[in-house]
Design a protein around this ligand. Structure first.
Ligand SMILES: NC(=O)c1ccc[n+]([C@@H]2O[C@H](COP(=O)([O-])OP(=O)(O)OC[C@H]3O[C@@H](n4cnc5c(N)ncnc54)[C@H](OP(=O)(O)O)[C@@H]3O)[C@@H](O)[C@H]2O)c1
Length: 304
């Protein structure tokens, strides 16, 4: 443990948070941990993290507290709830929200903290569970630049591409816009790949060729290769989280009076399916709808 490093708190140790906390512990940071289900902390404690029994307890002993929670509702409950962060954060400490949260909520929390002499960054991530495990995430940071420079060394442990994008809420704004685009590309890719397979082209060939051609995108290049072809729909990035992100982006567009026809159309399908059994699966399970409609399956060639 390096004594010159700031003491860290980490709250929300799910698919993303657990790997990020593990990388911080491995890099020599002293990390205080809180998770709603404490049993999910045990392996991090075995690696050298310290379990605390509330967000308040984490905040009292940490200089920089990181959050990786599902959404703004969870972030607000951890900040404002009983034994929440507000009861524990010290003056001049820094809260870094790595959740994909609602920018409006982020700005309110940042202002409430500012009035108490506490700094906040919104620092959502892209790169999925693999990027979190390998420490190669993209991190888009909103807030005050001086605070960003203080937190930067520890963010460099978590990600390889760091972007300072503007004042409080800017990171979260950029992230949901990215995911609105990604979700739309995913649906368009489902349509294109399903069409190709129905037209008689072998799925792996189709995906390989598109990945090397002008139609390439993250959905085809990565998600179809890693999840769809191997029929692994375990989360990953759940449909419910993608739905949350696209909802926030479309609410933003509505608040600015901007009609978004194409992305809003892709969202309709995601919104409908988010009510059903696919909700808690990886979002790549959406391909099954297209397969069912066309009576096909997007799978590896039997000889590979
Ligand atoms: N998964 C991805 O590929 C990915 C990629 C980029 C960004 N993100 C974003 O990263 C964030 C985390 O995603 P994830 O996939 O790691 O989610 P996750 O696996 O569902 O983990 C969420 C964590 O938050 C905790 N939690 C949930 N509700 C809570 C509440 N009300 N109060 C306190 N703790 C609560 C959970 O605790 P329990 O253990 O008790 O359930 C769990 O530790 C999300 O905002 C997501 O949009 C995810």
């Amino acid at each position: 443990m390096k004594t010159s490093y700031p003491v860290i708190g980490f709250i929300g140790l799910g698919t993303m948070g657990k790997s990020m906390a593990r990388n911080l512990i491995a890099a020599g940071y002293s990390v205080n941990l809180y998770n709603r289900s404490p049993e999910n902390l045990l392996d991090l404690v075995n690696l050298g993290g310290t379990a605390r029994d509330s967000p308040m307890a984490v905040a009292k002993v940490s200089e920089i507290v990181l959050l990786s929670l599902p959404d703004s509702k969870a972030v607000e409950s951890v900040v404002y709830g009983e034994k929440g962060l507000l009861e524990g954060l010290n003056k001049d400490s820094i809260l870094v929200d790595m959740t994909t949260s609602q920018p409006q909520s982020t700005r309110k929390i940042a202002e409430d903290l500012r009035q108490r002499g506490i700094h906040m960054l919104d620092a959502p991530v892209s790169g999925g569970p693999k990027g979190a495990a390998e420490g190669t995430l993209s991190i888009m940071v909103g807030g005050d630049e001086k605070t960003y420079l203080k937190a930067r060394p520890l963010l460099e442990v978590l990600g390889k591409k760091l972007f300072f994008v503007g004042p409080a809420g800017s990171g979260h704004t950029l992230k949901v816009i990215n995911n609105l685009l990604y979700g739309t590309l995913f649906i368009a890719s489902c349509e294109a790949v399903a069409l190709g397979v129905k037209a008689g082209i072998e799925a792996e060939t189709l995906i390989d060729v598109i990945s090397s051609s002008s139609g390439h995108n993250h959905a085809v290049n990565v998600k179809f290769k890693e999840k769809v072809l191997s029929r692994d729909f375990s989360p990953g990035f759940t449909l419910s989280l993608l739905h949350k992100d696209m909802t926030i982006a479309l609410e933003l567009a509505e608040s600015l009076n901007i009609p978004l026809e194409t992305t809003a159309n892709a969202y309709k399908l995601i919104d409908r399916e988010n009510q059903g059994p696919l909700q808690s699966l990886d979002h790549s399970a959406l391909i099954q709808l297209f397969e069912k409609a066309l009576d096909i399956e997007v799978k590896k060639h039997p000889n590979t």
